[in-house]
Design a protein around this ligand. Structure first.
Ligand code: UD1
Length: 418
């Protein structure tokens, strides 16, 4: 079990390059299954969720070639349509293979992902959508099987909530369906537009992505393509938050600043100064951070739930009280108990956290509960006086490309021990 050892209290300064997006890479890699030719992807981050996705692709019969951030997927030999339990359990978002397998092979069988660290995360919207597209769905003892031996057919699907994963699964499966699919109340996250761009590069016909109605006109076959995934707005925002909490000045390059707007807005309200260029953001922290009246997580273009924990860590150092409201996941405050070990003052009542800023945080030994909660604890440790140990950082490795090296290059005193 790896841990981070952090000697806190250093001001972060310097510049860094943002990694490619985890949440774009996973559905895009799954969508490669649709194609019987080779697809080349750039800017794929070296994180364990990507490794888990590549293991599933290999298991299903794909040939993978990886050189750093470039991954070539040859899905001509896909034979399997079953994903075993063990591989499913490695990564909850493997449910994204449902639509891809169904469209390619007429069948998909996988275990229900079940609850995870941050909430129940049901997949009812995914399954209802597959039924609308003409699949038969059975769920026996947690093993879900979807079949569509005659292929899928386009449908009008109204999502009761703009689920990111469900929107992606529908787009992927509808790409090869007969006729047109319209997704109403679709998720509008930048990763949805990135997936649409990738599908279109392979010859699919997807329009409207980024808006709340996405239209997919099914095609019979796709062709080989090359695509570079977008920068990771959550990883980029985490690094800017690290600059904010340590009173530093951090420049993150290779970003799409528009994707970070709701986060930059909150950091500016906290007193940070931001300098926005076409593909970089520089954040300069004030001498003393200010509290923020309310931070409410919302679907895009609202404030992202994934950056709620790191921003809460920043607000721990602000003067005054801030209110954080988590509206997306019901169990996203697990890290708060650990954060209080640094001396943070936070009260949680259901979906609301009241953060009373404190002048100082102190080094502590804490346990990482989940990916973004782990990032929040790392930020608190950077800002704390003295030594901290962040235990079980494999959660952090799921989504951040060697976070300790990135932070050390910004003058943090952090190292990994096994
Ligand atoms: C994706 C992101 C995750 C991010 C989340 C919200 C990936 C790999 N993960 O997760 O980092 O935090 O979007 O921006 O892209 N829900 C249902 N039924 C369903 C599907 C979802 O009730 O069938 C609920 C979930 O329990 C949750 C909410 O809808 O409360 C949002 O989930 P969703 O947008 O689907 O998130 P994910 O795609 O799982």
């Amino acid at each position: 079990m790896s841990s981070f050892l952090v000697s806190g209290g250093r001001t972060l300064t310097g510049e860094t390059v943002c990694q490619g997006s985890k949440n774009s890479s996973l559905p895009i890699l799954a969508a490669c299954i649709l194609n019987e030719h080779t697809v080349t992807l750039e800017n794929i981050p070296e994180i364990s969720d990507v490794e888990a996705t590549l293991r599933i692709l290999t298991f299903l019969g794909c040939k993978i070639r990886r050189e750093g951030a470039r991954v070539a997927v040859d899905a001509s030999g896909v034979t399997g349509s079953d994903i075993p339990d063990g591989l499913m359990r490695e990564m909850r978002s493997s449910v994204i293979f449902l639509g891809a397998l169904l469209a390619r092979t007429g069948r998909a069988a996988l275990s229900a992902p079940g609850g995870c660290e941050i909430g129940l995360r049901p997949i009812d919207l995914h399954l209802e959508a597959m039924e609308k597209l003409g699949a038969s769905v059975t769920d026996a003892a947690g093993r879900i099987e979807c079949t569509a031996p005659q292929g899928l057919r386009g449908a009008v699907i109204r999502l009761s909530f703009p689920s990111v994963g469900a929107t992606e699964n529908i787009m992927i499966s509808a790409a090869l369906a007969a006729g047109q699919t319209r997704i109403h109340n679709a998720a509008r996250e930048p990763e949805i537009s990135d997936l649409a761009d990738f599908l279109n590069a392979m010859g699919a016909r997807v329009s409207g992505a980024g808006g709340s109605t996405v239209i997919v006109d099914g095609v019979k076959k796709l062709h080989g393509a090359a695509h570079s995934v977008i920068p990771d707005r959550i990883a980029g925002a985490t690094l800017l938050a690290a600059g904010a909490v340590t009173g530093g000045r951090v420049r993150v390059k290779k970003l799409i600043p528009a994707h970070l707007e709701p986060v930059l807005d909150i950091l500016e309200r906290a007193g940070c100064d931001t300098e926005i260029r076409s593909d970089s953001v520089t954040l300069s922290a004030p001498a003393a951070l200010k509290s923020v009246k309310t931070v409410r997580t919302m679907p895009y273009p609202g404030f992202p739930t994934d950056i709620q924990p790191p921003v809460t860590a920043v607000l721990c150092r602000a003067q005054g009280a801030s209110v954080v409201i988590e509206t997306i996941f019901e169990n996203r405050y697990k890290y708060v108990g650990e954060l209080t070990r640094f001396g943070a003052k936070i009260r949680v009542d259901g979906r609301v956290a009241v953060v009373e800023g404190v002048p100082r945080l102190y080094g502590a030994n804490v346990l990482t509960p989940d990916l973004r909660g782990g990032a929040a604890l790392t930020l608190a440790a950077l800002a704390a006086e003295g030594e901290s140990r962040i235990e079980d950082v494999r959660h952090i490795d799921r989504g951040y490309e060697s976070l300790e090296h990135t932070l050390a290059a910004l003058s943090a005193d952090i190292r990994r021990i096994d």
